[in-house]
Every structure is written in C-alpha cells, then in structure tokens.
Design a protein around this ligand. Sequence first.
Ligand SMILES: Nc1ncnc2c1ncn2[C@@H]1O[C@H](COP(=O)(O)OP(=O)(O)OP(=O)(O)O)[C@@H](O)[C@H]1O
Length: 595
Amino acid sequence: MASSSSKFSLRAAGLGLLLAALVLIPLLPLPDFWIIQLNYIGLYSLPVLGLVLLTGVGGLTSFGQAAFVGIGAYTTAYLTVNTGLSPWLTLFIGLGITSLSALVIGSITLRMSGHYLPLATIAWALSLYYLMGNLEALGKYDGILGVKGLSLFGWDIGQRRVFFVLTWLIVLLAAFALVRLLDSRTGRAIRALKNGSQMAEAMGIDTLRHKVGIFVLAALLASVSGWLFAHFQRTVNPSPFGLKMGIEYLFMAVIGGAAHVWGALTGSALTKVLEDQLQVLLPKLIGTSGSYEIIVFGIVIVLVLKYLPDGLWDFIDRRLPRRQRAVDWQQAAALPGTPQPAHGELVLEVEAIRKQFGGLVAVNDISFQIRAGQIVGLIGPNGAGKSTTFNLITGLLSLSGGGVRFRGETISGLPSRQIARRGISHTFQHVKMIPDMTVLENVALGAHLRGHRGALSAMLRLDRAEEQQLFKEAQRQLERVGLGDALHELAGNLAMGPQRLLEIARALCGNPALLLLDEPAAGLRHKEKEALAGVLRQLRSEGMSILLVEHDMGLVMDVCDRLVVMEFGTHLMEGTPAEVQQSPQVRAAYLGTEH
Ligand SMILES: Nc1ncnc2c1ncn2[C@@H]1O[C@H](COP(=O)(O)OP(=O)(O)OP(=O)(O)O)[C@@H](O)[C@H]1O
C-alpha cells in the first residue's frame, strides 16, 4: 500500500504541476519564442496522442495522421475565408468530414494486416496530400492565406499566450480522456487488438469495429490539431500535412513511448525542442549550415530505438512505483448470468465434421456429443487432429464439411465471437493474454460480453458501477481457480501454470455453458496439475460441461467421464477411461504399431 499511496501523491503532484503550468506559463515573462514552441508542442501532441491509441496500444501502424490534421486545417481555412462561417462551427464541420473520411478509409484498410496496413496508410496519405496540392479551390501548393485568428465573444484568443491556454487545455482534456478510456471495458478490448485478433474475438470482441473506432478517434484528435493550427498560423498549405510529417508524428510517438498517453506529450516536446535546438547549435558547432540537424536527429532516433525501444516515458514509468487498483467492488451487484442447461441436457453435437488442408484431411468425419455436467476428453497421438477439431468447434477454423450444434442451435459457420456470445468459452493451446495488464484486468476481459458501457461512458467516467461488477466477477473466477492472491500481478510475470489458470478464469468469466480447454496441463508441474484436476472436478460438480484436449494421460484418466480417441484425423473409439485404457486399438495407436 505504501507504493500505492506514493504513486497517488506522485500522480496528484503531477496533475497539480500540469494545471499550475497551464495557468502560470502565460503569466510568466517567458520570451515569445518559448510560448510559440509550447504551442507547437501542444499542436503536435494531439495527433501523437491519436497514434498512441492507434499504434502504441492498438498495434495499427499509420503514416496517415498528418493527412487528418490537413483535413481539419483545410476545412476551417476554406470555410472561414470563403464563406465567413464562424471557426467554432467549422471545427465541427471539420470533425464531421474527418469522421466520415476515417470511417471510409478505415473500413477498407483496417481489414489488412502485416505490412499491408502501413503501406495502405502511406498510399492514402500521399493521395490526400496531392489532392490538397492540386485543387484550385484550395489554392494548390500556395494554400489558403488570410485565415482569421480565434475569438470568443469578441475576445481575441488567437494571441500566443491565450492560444497556449486553449491548446493545452484541449491537449490535457484529450490525454485524461484517453487515460480513462484505456482503463475501461472498451480500453481492455482495444489493448487486446495488438497481438492478432484471435483472443479478442474469442472474448466476443468485434475487432474490426474496435479498430475502426480507434482509427476514427485518432483522426478526430488530429483534426482538432489541424483546426488549431490553421487559426494559429493564419495560413495553410499542404507541406505540414504530407507523408514526411506523418512519419515524424510516428517518430514522436516512438521516442516518447508509443504505449503511454504521457509518452505522446514527452515525444512531441523532445522532438520539437531537439529539432529546433540542433538547427541553432549545429551550424555554430561545425561552422557550416546545411540541414545537418536532420542527420543528427536521425542518429538520435536510431539510438533511442536501440536503447529505449519502448520510449522515454516507459523508462520513467518503470521507475515510478506501480499503482495498485483499489478493491472497491465488494458491494457491487453480481453480473446477471444466462440460465445454464440442466444436468444431463445435450449441450454439444459434433456431426461428421471434416477439415481439409490442401491434400491433407486433418479431421475426417468426427462425431461426438457432450452433455451438461460431463468432462469429455479428446485424445490421440501427435498430429491426430485434436486441435483442429477443437478449432472447428470454437470457430477459429472453418469447416470443410459436417456441422456443429450447441444447445440445439447450429453454430457451424459462425465467427468465433458469435460462438462465444452463445455460451462457449475456450482457452488456447499457446496462452494468449496481455502481459502488461494485471491478472485481474486480463480476466475481466473474459466478461466483455456481459457489460455494455462504451468509449464515451469510459471517458466521462460513467462506467464505474459496471466496472466494479466486471472486476467483482473477475475476482470471483480467479478465486475459483485458486489465483485469488495474484489479482494485481502483471500477467506477464506469471509462471506457465498460473498463466493457464488465468486463461481458465477468463473463459469462466464469460458465464459459459461449455468450456473447451486445449492442453491446459502443458508446461505445468505436478502440483499444478493436481490443482488443475481439482478445479476441473469442481467445475463439473457445479454443472459445467468441458471438452478437454490433453496429452497428460494421468490427468485425462483422472478427470474425464468419457474419452473420444482420434488417430490420423479419424474417430478411433469412444468410451469411459477404463474402456479406453483396455483397448488394444488405442494402445497400438499410441505405440505406433498395427492394430
Ligand atoms: N493450418 C494448417 N495447415 C496445414 N496443415 C495443418 C494445419 N493445422 C494442422 N495441420 C495438420 O493437420 C494434422 C492434425 O493437426 P492437429 O494439430 O489438429 O493435431 P493434434 O492431434 O492436435 O496434434 P498435437 O497433439 O501434436 O497438437 C497434422 O498433420 C497437422 O500438420
């Protein structure tokens, strides 16, 4: 708790310092040069905050932020100069155009993965740049001159010092809104996007919708910066909105710490000050001018990437005491659950499913059933097709033939998030979690479908009651699997055994009627396996149905009611553990002899 309170006081001090700076800086006799520098740092911070959300947290690399700054800037410049509309109105028109453009561009490009996405962002950043530079109405490459400064009820707020307050007020509001967003149900879903979409989709998260959401939000932050920029500079032309600036925004995010909200401000400040100071100092040092600052700046970036790959703020953050979440959900209402099947009710029907990979038939006409309150083991030698069968049921793979019914409803062909919504939860053969989130937060992700609060609620802190319910459920499930002591641990610090238990707790958080576990005992020590067996038996006694794919025969024979044995993709036999153990066919399959 000592660390918690010291972090709290540090945070409170940091917040106080920021607010004091906001009020005091314009009053201090600082040279105008520094006020202008600070204004530019604020203007850069907004698109970079967007990149923290999009790239650092969401894992989507975009070179196109500058183009959205351009949309905001050109919209207000064009409309205020040509139609005389108030800049306060054009701000919202700019945000509207930005949302629409980001929605269209995002819906098309965010389906791409790997290097295709960054390439696509380069392509549309270039297109928008040349569009701005070639449209007669936008003044081609000369741009639009004579943009008016901002005023409020006749008061000129376009002056450097008042403008400073406006810009930084917006930056700080945006930063705090993002901090709140990232610590919420939607924030956890966004953080789950980074390492592929499989885990997030298995939690019922619509990953494309969340990707488009953060893309639009990042674009809106950029657009606000463009609006401020146009009225601060009083002129716009395409050069600050081109690809070069798009790359620079990414550098700012990376140098500052792309995964941290405060990294955006750090990176913007460092880049702006470094660039300007190098421009002044270098010619003095080497006695000649010639854009050498770009070379030195490049070297600095390479050094930062090498020695501080997670950015400067990450370096600072690691040295601050970690804040522990206050456990304030004891009194919260339990999350409502859906009615569970009665004991013995038919839960899962797998009917002649088939999967072909090219010429290889990995799963060939496999059929079996699971009833409520049963643990069914799916076993077989390596390569028998167990994991493929598992993935066909959970929707991670598409069927080549046959069908799967869950509680009487056909689920084959549905995406995995729809299958999760119907009450099937599963773990992964290779644990998938978010290492830099706590155990509790990782497990709360499993209850995603049982909450409904979105991004706006989170930013306005209207989601606290629901958050308490989600955390209460996460704690309950962690205690159920014996991890009640590890709530506030970072998930990445857990050993393999507890990691697998974390996945089970996360799966249970979805309130499933059927739990599918893919090799839950892999990498576990003897004691941990015993604990796992205890958890599985207890779940069964509470009426849970479980499909267990497992190599550990001791565990399988110990906990399963029935076993389905596969060999070379086919159904070899089905029976009780005792029947399977006595089967010469099964023994031969495992020993690799003819039967
Ligand atoms: N995506 C894929 N593309 C091509 N072949 C695949 C693919 N996934 C699995 N296979 C093949 O399908 C067969 C069954 O694999 P699967 O992983 O389902 O077996 P398994 O019984 O789970 O094996 P293990 O116990 O080793 O995990 C194997 O021959 C495997 O090489």
